[in-house]
Design a protein. Structure first.
Length: 133
């Protein structure tokens, strides 16, 4: 599946999504299915999401959010900012785990026909990030 090309600011999540949806509407694609649209959106925005988060969410934003007067906007912004912070932490933890515990650091020694020992398997898997579905 190919990414949709967007003219202008490709790092802006909202403009990118709007441009893609406009392109679909202009093609009068009545057979467009939700799953296909979701897949296209994922392919298009996958590379831009990290740059979007980095470009628009800084530490000083949290201070500005705390000083907002509009209650609904403040609540929404606080939730969004906390999700972004959580996302950034998870990315950092994943990178640290990979950097600290590379897969090829196990002792290079002969193993029995069974493969790795229980101790080696426990050590290998205890340091890996687990995805919860």
């Amino acid at each position: 599946m190919k990414s949709v090309q967007v003219h202008g600011d490709g790092n802006c999540l909202f403009h990118s999504a709007a441009a893609m949806l406009n392109r679909i509407a202009m093609n009068n694609d009545a057979a467009m299915k939700g799953d296909y649209l979701n897949a296209m959106t994922k392919v298009h925005l996958e590379d831009n999401f990290d740059r979007f988060v980095t470009a628009f969410f800084h530490a000083y934003d949290e201070v500005e959010i705390s000083q907002m007067q509009d209650g609904d906007l403040k609540t929404h912004s606080q939730k969004l900012f906390s999700l972004v912070k959580e996302y950034k932490k998870s990315i950092t933890k994943t990178k640290e785990t990979v950097d600290v515990q590379p897969a090829d650091d196990l002792p290079q020694r002969k193993t029995s026909e069974r493969g790795l020992s229980r101790k080696e398997l426990n050590r290998l898997y205890s340091n890996r990030a687990v995805l919860v579905q």
